[in-house]
Design a protein around this ligand. Structure first.
Ligand SMILES: Cc1ncc(COP(=O)(O)O)c(C=O)c1O
Length: 397
């Protein structure tokens, strides 16, 4: 099936919505809607009847995400949010010998917030590269840190480097990940990457990049409902890390041995897989709904989605910079390898986004200065033209 044909699988698109706000929240395809119906159908039955079915979906979902990032299923945990994923790793580290956490200034604020909390456990935060004091607004628009910027902060005291695959605000995509990982590893530090703005539309190959940890939301380009996030932990590190967060699903063979844990005095072994980073009963209906969605993404192939998205973004840039739309200013990189969504500077961005809805057009504002435009494989060039026309109209109103 041609990639453009998949747009017919999205009820929101079929209703005539020009949806380009995927950097905020993605939309559910028909297979997800059908799965919701299935869940609804089971809700009047005895829960036990469907429990195993749902639990299988939980495991299968990990395998589908593993395919997306070139990992193994045992390296994936499903947790409630990216922030929770970051906390699982941060709470697994010991800050006695090495205590520095190097945090990209481009990180989603929730992730740097989680890092800062580790100061209570002895960690020191180095915010890179940040011309501002922590607490003052970061000038995201002008930040494009590369390996040399990270090199200045990473040293023998560094335990973890926290990166973001794409800056949620400007769409700047870190295209020098491999180099930065090498710099960190040469100094003996681990690397955590938040790929919430990339997974599902740009290729992330954890074996190729050699990152140690990766987290991603499910509700953006992975097109699943909210409530889950994936955590990848490199196989050889899984058994080394014992998070302070744990529950009965973190233990080995919990199904068989759980009743005897009291007798173990809390010494029961943690799971040998990334399951050790899960705590209690997963959000099983959500896993069931998400599974066919990820299967669909794997059927299309993320490489194909990336190539398609890059062409749409190229077209945007051409329209904005060459075709008479000079009035628009973008804060996103011109280099196609360094961008995964687009921004346009507008006055009163929140109001502009609301007004665009009148034209059945959805974009995502960020602060009051920019709207973010994030096409996915369900968008076509004609919708780009349409969005720019509607934006011009809205600004003139
Ligand atoms: C890059 C990035 N990371 C994390 C998040 C939030 O993730 P979660 O809600 O799963 O903690 C966002 C939300 O926009 C984001 O853009």
């Amino acid at each position: 099936m041609k990639i453009e044909e998949y747009r017919n699988r999205f009820p929101i698109i079929k209703r005539g919505m020009n949806y380009q706000a995927t950097c905020g929240i993605g939309i559910l395809p028909d297979v997800g809607v059908q799965a919701i119906e299935d869940v609804k159908g089971t809700s009047t039955e005895i829960p036990e009847v469907n429990f195993d079915n749902f639990l299988n979906a939980h495991e299968e979902l990990k395998a589908e995400f593993a395919k997306i990032i070139n990992a193994e299923p045992g390296e994936i945990a499903i947790v409630p949010s990216t922030s929770a994923a970051a906390c699982r790793i941060l709470n697994s580290l010991d800050y006695e010998k090495r205590n520095k956490i190097v945090v990209s200034a481009l990180s989603f604020p929730g992730i740097s917030f989680a890092c800062h909390a580790q100061q209570k456990r002895g960690a020191k935060i180095s915010f890179v590269p940040s011309p501002q004091k922590i607490g003052s607004p970061v000038d995201y628009d002008n930040l494009r840190p590369g390996p040399a910027d990270y090199e200045k902060s990473i040293d023998e005291k560094t335990i973890l480097v926290v990166l973001t695959g794409t800056c949620y605000r400007t769409g700047f995509r870190q295209d020098k990940l491999r180099e930065i990982v090498k710099i960190a590893h040469d100094k003996g530090a681990y690397v955590f990457i938040d790929d919430g703005q990339l997974s599902g539309h740009f290729v992330e190959d954890v074996k190729g990049s050699n990152v140690d940890f990766l987290a991603s939301t499910t509700y953006k380009y992975l097109l699943c409902p909210t409530g889950n996030a994936f955590l990848y932990v490199k196989e050889k590190l899984v058994e080394k890390l014992e998070s302070l967060d744990r529950g009965w699903f973190s233990g080995e063979d919990f199904w068989d041995s759980f009743p005897y844990w009291l007798e173990d005095n809390g010494h029961h072994p943690l799971s040998k897989t990334a399951n050790r980073f899960e705590l209690g009963v997963p959000r099983l209906p959500l896993d069931y709904i998400s599974l066919p969605v990820l299967k669909m993404i794997n059927e299309i192939g993320v490489k194909n989605i990336e190539n398609y998205t890059k062409c749409l973004l190229d077209y945007y840039f051409q329209r904005i910079t060459e075709d008479g739309y000079e009035g628009f200013e973008t804060k996103s990189p011109y280099n196609r390898e360094q961008r995964s969504h687009l921004t346009i500077k507008v006055p009163e961005a929140q109001r502009v986004a609301v007004k665009l809805r009148k034209y059945n057009t959805a974009v995502e504002p960020s602060g009051e200065e920019v709207i973010r435009i994030a096409p996915h494989f369900y968008n076509i060039k004609e919708e780009i033209d349409e969005l720019l026309i509607n934006l011009r109209r809205t600004l003139q109103e």
